[in-house]
Structures are given as C-alpha cells and as structure tokens.
Write a protein that binds this ligand. Structure first.
Ligand code: TYD
Length: 205
C-alpha cells in the first residue's frame, strides 16, 4: 500500500510522520518512510540544489524538472521495490505537491504538468493521500515561530500559499476516494488521533 502525506507549508507533516510511523509499526505493519524531494542518495543531491538560497534565479521549469528527477529516482529505486516486497510506503510529499505548488501556486499549465507527472511516476499513484489542511496564514505563522528549517521555498507571498491550499482542496474534491482531509490547525495530538482513526477505518487495522 502506498500512502502519501501532503499539504501546505506549516501543516506539521514531519511531526505527524514522526508520530504516525511508530503508531503503525506498533500495529505490526512493515513501514518504509521516505520524503520528497530526496529520499535516495541521488534525490538528496537534487534536493540540495532546489533548496539552496543561492539559487534564487532558478527558472520555474528548471525547478519542476528537478522535483520530477528526484521523484523518478525515488519511484524506481525505493517505492516500487518496497511495494513489490509487500511493504507499506509512507511518503512525505509526492506528485500532488508539484500540481499544488507549481501548477496552482505558480500557475504553470496543469495539463502539461499532469502528463509530466504521469511520465515521472511511471503511472504510480498513491492508494491513499492524507491532506493536512491549514490556512496559508496559520501555516506561515507556525513556520516563522518554529524557525526550524526556513528555506528558499518559504520565501513566497501569502497569496501563493493560499493558491496552493486551494489547489489541494480542489484535487481532494476531484478524488474523494483517495484523499482524506485532516484539519491540521489543532494541537498535534488531536491531529494524530484523527489520522489514526481515519486510517484504522480505511485499512481495517
Ligand atoms: P520541505 O523542507 O520538505 O518542506 P515541508 O516540511 O513543508 O514539506 O520543503 C519542500 C518545499 O518544496 C515545500 O515548500 C514544498 C515545495 N515543493 C514543491 O514546490 N514542489 C514539489 O513537487 C515538492 C515535492 C515540494
């Protein structure tokens, strides 16, 4: 089973992944945890180019292709082999991030992106996508107070993040069977409990 976790910046994906992985392992599930961009040696090298503050002049097309290059490597090197071995793959961001950030956020042609993403992933779609939903304002406020990993990607306007959020909600509405929407603007324990309850009923754990 292939599960992705998605959402705007500041929704607490990493915190929730840290809580979710041991909770699923306690239930006897064999979990492979990974993230985007990165997740493989080659992917991590690509990630450092994408995140480097020195690369402010990066063209949006170049940026998309780097995200996709990292993802193609991740699919072939880790995700597909793990799924074939019967494991549950839990991935922090995947193709929906490109559609949300580059498509809805930056306004790049979504039909072109859809084809590019199909090529990148070799047609591999998640079985389930957990969307940690948070408003752009609340998400950014969290990131600023956390101060943890401020990167080049955070340096965008509030409106951009609002478009990203609305893009996610639109995608979720179009595929209600794949997406589970979780209100992430709550204490982390409440969000975690919500995710576990939803997964329990969906996966019959
Ligand atoms: P990361 O440090 O992983 O942030 P987060 O913890 O919020 O996931 O940085 C990833 C950034 O890259 C984030 O702002 C979203 C962005 N991104 C895209 O714009 N397109 C993509 O395809 C992916 C995977 C990420």
């Amino acid at each position: 089973m292939f599960i992705t976790i998605e959402g705007p910046d500041g929704g607490g994906k990493t915190t929730q992944m840290n809580m979710l992985v041991p909770a699923l392992e306690e239930r006897g599930l064999d979990i492979v945890r990974t993230r985007e961009p990165g997740g493989t040696d080659i992917g991590d090298q690509i990630r450092s180019v994408i995140m480097n503050m020195k690369n402010k002049s990066m063209d949006p097309r170049a940026e998309i292709l780097l995200f996709c290059a990292s993802r193609a490597q991740l699919v072939s090197e880790l995700i597909r082999p793990s799924l074939s071995a019967g494991k549950i793959v839990l991935c922090d961001r995947y193709a929906d991030s490109t559609m949300a950030y580059q498509g809805y956020g930056h306004g790049l042609d979504r039909t072109v992106l859809k084809n590019l993403l199909e090529f990148t992933t070799d047609g591999l779609k998640p079985d389930l996508t957990i969307l940690l939903d948070i408003s752009a304002e609340a998400g950014l406020r969290r990131r600023i107070t956390n101060h943890d990993e401020w990167n080049r990607m955070d340096d965008y306007a509030l409106q951009f993040h609002e478009r990203v959020r609305n893009g996610y909600l639109e995608m979720a509405a179009a595929e209600p069977n794949r997406f589970v929407i979780i209100n992430a603007d709550r204490p982390k324990e409440a969000v975690h409990e919500d995710i576990i309850n939803r997964l329990e009923s969906l996966m019959k754990m």
